[in-house]
Design a protein around this ligand. Sequence first.
Ligand SMILES: *[C@@H]1O[C@H](CO)[C@@H](O)[C@H](O)[C@H]1NC(C)=O
Ligand SMILES: *[C@@H]1O[C@H](CO)[C@@H](O)[C@H](O)[C@H]1NC(C)=O
Ligand SMILES: *[C@@H]1O[C@H](CO)[C@@H](O)[C@H](O)[C@H]1NC(C)=O
Ligand SMILES: *[C@@H]1O[C@H](CO)[C@@H](O)[C@H](O)[C@H]1NC(C)=O
Length: 390
Amino acid sequence: MFTSFLLQLLLFSVSLIPNSSAQSAHDTVTDPTKRAEYAFTTLQTWYNASTGIWDSTGWWNSANIMTMVGNLAKTEPKNQRLQKLAARIFANTVMQAPAKNPQPGIENEASRGQDVNKTFALSNRTDPEDWLDGFYDDDLWWALAWINAYDITSNPKYLHLAEGIFAAVTKAWPTRCGNGGIFWSWEEEYMNAIANELFMSTAAHLANRMDEEDRKKEYVAWAERTLDWFLSSGMINERGTINDGLTEDCENNDRTTWSYNQGVILGALVQLNKATPNPTYLALAACIAKAAIIELSDVDGVIHDICEPECGGDGTQFKGIFIRNLQILHEAAPDDAYAEVININAESIWVNDRDGNAFSVNWAGPFVRPANASTQSSAMDALVAAIAVH
Ligand SMILES: *[C@@H]1O[C@H](CO)[C@@H](O)[C@H](O)[C@H]1NC(C)=O
Ligand SMILES: *[C@@H]1O[C@H](CO)[C@@H](O)[C@H](O)[C@H]1NC(C)=O
Ligand SMILES: *[C@@H]1O[C@H](CO)[C@@H](O)[C@H](O)[C@H]1NC(C)=O
Ligand SMILES: *[C@@H]1O[C@H](CO)[C@@H](O)[C@H](O)[C@H]1NC(C)=O
């Protein structure tokens, strides 16, 4: 036990800042890269080498944490320690995490009701089935995380995994609404925004990573088909923001406009525009981004979800996903308004919502005890986004 603890420290903890990794950060740290690295030291205290996911948070959250870690690594391509650490995390998670899948086999009729062989799941292989838990949004968070891991490592195994997950989720198409879209889960009841935005985003990301023109076209077609369905579904309201999903009668259900639902679609449209340029894609992204900023910001420009400070296991992750994707839009179609939102939020997190190197749920503060890997990584999405716009 002691040995494995040491091994974990050695392999997965962060000492990116020479001579100071053990110290806590303070208000005077202004360099965005240093801020993110300090935050990373605390995040990695939750990384569990034997499960491949982060303690104190859930399955789908860990996919998002992995994406954030990848994005941090992308900001510092010459930092060898960071590159190696990120690669080690991907390599460990791909082997260990399948055993933590909360509902393994549920999407596969044949294996429903059977015990899943955990020994097999722990072997050195990559099987898309391992990453399916019955919730198609969860599946696709992992697909996006593995695409990011592929970008950083160039390991084709990760790309194949993402392709396999996407292929598995196509079975959820179409829903009973408008003869398109995917359901939220294997129960085939609810049609929601997040699963469909992720489906579009994964297809568009994959399109940009295919060598063969035919494969690329297939993914572009899926992304465009999903966008068309999404636009006609009524999920975008009259204010220009996106509600949670559809009613039984296939109409906008007027439920919460969660921040992440205003975010994932931005990254999807940027990737789709890259695969098949069309000015309407970035124009639509700008409309949604601006409507969301108006709707979700407080008077100081800090983004909120209405669940704060009791956001539970899921809601804590949302705001980081919005900022992460806003930065992607800013990179493709720069706008001072986006840079301002990113900087204001990163600054507020650092100054108002920090305890040592830990960050909590309300970015305007005060710090809510205890922080966990979800609040930490979500805040880090903003800290990492701020590196790029600095
Ligand atoms: C890691 O996860 C395992 C399995 O859930 C658990 O027993 C252990 O306490 C966790 N933490 C560490 C530091 O190993
Ligand atoms: C589980 O999978 C492992 C590895 O393939 C195999 O050796 C073992 O016999 C399997 N166990 C069961 C109960 O099927
Ligand atoms: C897993 O398989 C890959 C090849 O696909 C190999 O390079 C790697 O060393 C293997 N890892 C382990 C722990 O067996
Ligand atoms: C993480 O922290 C948030 C905010 O304090 C809390 O609502 C959530 O339940 C915590 N997550 C877990 C898994 O305990």
